[in-house]
Ligand binder design. Structure first.
Ligand SMILES: CC(C)(COP(=O)(O)OP(=O)(O)OC[C@H]1O[C@@H](n2cnc3c(N)ncnc32)[C@H](O)[C@@H]1OP(=O)(O)O)[C@@H](O)C(=O)NCCC(=O)NCCS
Length: 161
């Protein structure tokens, strides 16, 4: 099923879905956070993806990319991540960043490379996730990744690489 933008009615189920995937749920209802969900034929959330942009829109923090455990390793995660990257590029962002301690190889296949955690935190200091990680001290334990989005900007509607 296609991704659809998160609505208030999705919030509670999405929080449970992301908690199950061990991802943060902070600030999902913030207007600055863009999240999409994917549902199965029974209407259950089976995937999610999203990002939050810096104040100037040039940088985005990819977040909430998750696939239900029974559906993993079949390409859904790649498709959902590419969807958020494509949306971010079309919104005018030039760089995508993210935190990932466990899924580095997954993101490297999507063009991400190791990045400076403090640079991420400075550029995206207003985002829900950076605020949460700074307040809780979790930032020190996080691993940062980044990729340029320029290559995607010339492909409106096309697949993100
Ligand atoms: C990470 C996640 C979204 C990947 O979803 P998926 O549907 O399994 O991903 P894909 O099937 O598109 O995998 C693409 C490739 O990445 C690899 N990969 C997927 N997850 C990986 C991981 N955690 N670590 C290393 N490699 C991984 C796959 O084996 C596959 O490799 P291949 O192309 O050689 O076959 C999924 O495991 C998930 O929901 N994890 C919990 C939430 C999470 O950690 N999200 C990341 C937020 S930072």
């Amino acid at each position: 099923m296609p991704c659809s933008p998160l609505t208030n009615d999705d919030l509670e189920e999405l929080r449970a879905f992301l908690s199950e995937a061990d991802l943060t749920v902070a600030g999902l209802d913030s207007t600055a956070v863009r999240v999409w969900v994917e549902r199965d034929h029974d209407g259950k959330i089976v995937g999610s993806t999203g990002y939050e942009a810096s104040a100037d829109g040039a940088d985005v923090l990819i977040r909430s990319v998750a696939v239900s455990s029974a559906r993993r390793t079949a390409g859904a995660g790649t498709r959902l991540a590419r969807f958020a990257l494509g949306e971010a590029a079309r919104s005018g962002a030039t760089r995508a960043w993210l935190f990932s301690r466990r899924s580095g190889p997954f993101w490297q296949k999507l063009g991400f490379g190791p990045a400076d955690r403090d640079e991420l935190a400075a550029l995206l200091s207003d985002t829900q996730q950076v605020r949460l990680f700074t307040d809780t001290g979790q930032l020190e334990r996080e691993v940062a990744w980044m990729r340029e989005l320029k290559a995607l900007r010339s492909e409106p509607g096309g697949p993100a690489r």
